[in-house]
Design a protein around this ligand. Structure first.
Ligand code: NCD
Length: 337
């Protein structure tokens, strides 16, 4: 795929070499994300960071990534504060915002909305989540994290064994992750969910067409034994017609240290796209897992910065100019020990 000047809307656009290219740019950006160096390679550029649904990590890390490359960020954070609330079409909003921005990141509650918006945009658009459909930047940072965590145990993405746990029906992070994992060989996947929240049929077919070996179960203990990665997700209550229906599933698949110890291999890595539902009736990942060195959820969230920096660098065609513009950092980074 040609990144430069193009939209990123779906994992379907990527092949393995595109992923490798993005990851190699991300690796080069690590010193900039960790504030060993700074760059102003996107000086003068404007990101339109448009979030019409709640977000913490995705919005802030897209914004921070753009800032770290030297660009400026303009934001909308709710439908109520934009002209969509006055009946403006997404296409008109796209026409207007693309006149003010060099690139747009969009999150929107409707499936397919980001594609519609991109068709009317005059600048590249990155999908930051369209309803329950896709969340490509999350899948990229998840895969980057999986690769890093596995490499410590001398394993790689081919032959991966992973359990996807939780709301597999509405979870867009899981949907994009399934698509990206289907590009690797000999992947074994345990899909752990209540029957009503199983992975949609079209995605299941995509996995079997790609020869992913799939096992569907409602039993957490069964699903998480003999895997390299456990990827837990939240019940996506905002996608249910009725919140009461979502409540039925809360807390059914909670993971804690004793379940982990009894069922998992010693190096099984625990991931979650976050936010994890920590209310007592859900408790998706118990606090007692904090002491578990295989809990990778915050390393995973941190990786969002380099991955999103790499996406911007490639789409705006500056990946070869970053090193040349590098400077030392002027301030003290982090806390004194
Ligand atoms: C996910 C999302 O918004 O789809 N969050 C995120 O972007 N890290 C997962 C979720 O909200 O459950």
């Amino acid at each position: 795929m040609d990144f430069s000047g193009n939209h990123i809307l779906s994992i379907d656009q990527f092949d393995r070499s595109d992923i490798e290219k993005l990851f190699s740019v991300a690796d080069k950006l690590e010193p900039f994300a960790s504030k060993e160096k700074i760059t102003r390679v996107l000086e003068g550029a404007i990101l339109g960071n448009m979030f019409f649904e709640p977000s913490t990590r995705t919005r802030i890390s897209f914004g921070a990534s753009f800032n770290l490359l030297g660009g400026n960020v303009r934001e909308i954070t709710e439908v109520g504060s934009s002209s969509l609330a006055k009946g403006e079409s997404l296409a008109d909003t796209a026409q207007v915002l693309s006149g003010y921005s060099d690139i747009i990141v969009l999150r929107h509650p409707e499936n397919g909305s980001v594609q519609k918006f991109a068709e009317a945009s005059r600048v590249p658009v990155i999908n930051a989540g369209d309803g329950s459909n896709e969340h490509p930047s999350q899948a990229l940072l998840d895969l980057y994290t999986i690769q890093k965590e596995l490499s410590q145990n001398k394993k790689n993405l081919d032959n991966l064994r992973i359990a996807l746990v939780g709301d597999l029906k509405y979870g867009r992070a899981v949907h994009s992750l399934c698509k990206i994992l289907s590009k690797y060989s000999n992947v074994k996947m345990d899909l752990v969910s209540p029957e009503e929240l199983q992975l949609p049929e079209d995605l299941l077919n995509q996995l079997t067409d790609a020869r992913v070996s799939v096992n569907q179960t409602e039993n957490l203990e069964e699903g998480i034994s003999e895997v390299d990665i456990i990827y837990v997700t939240r019940v996506q209550e905002e996608r249910f017609n009725n919140k009461e229906d979502a409540n039925k599933y809360r807390g059914l698949l909670s993971l804690n240290q004793s379940i982990y110890t009894a069922n998992c291999e010693p190096n099984t890595v625990i991931m979650h796209p976050l936010p994890r539902d920590s209310r007592s009736d859900a408790n998706e990942l118990d606090r007692d897992l904090y002491a578990n060195p295989n809990l990778a959820i915050f390393r995973q969230a941190d990786n969002g910065v380099v991955i999103r920096m790499a996406m911007f660098a490639l789409v705006l065609g500056v990946e070869g100019k970053i090193e040349k513009t590098a400077k030392p950092v002027n301030w003290k980074v982090g806390l004194s020990s």
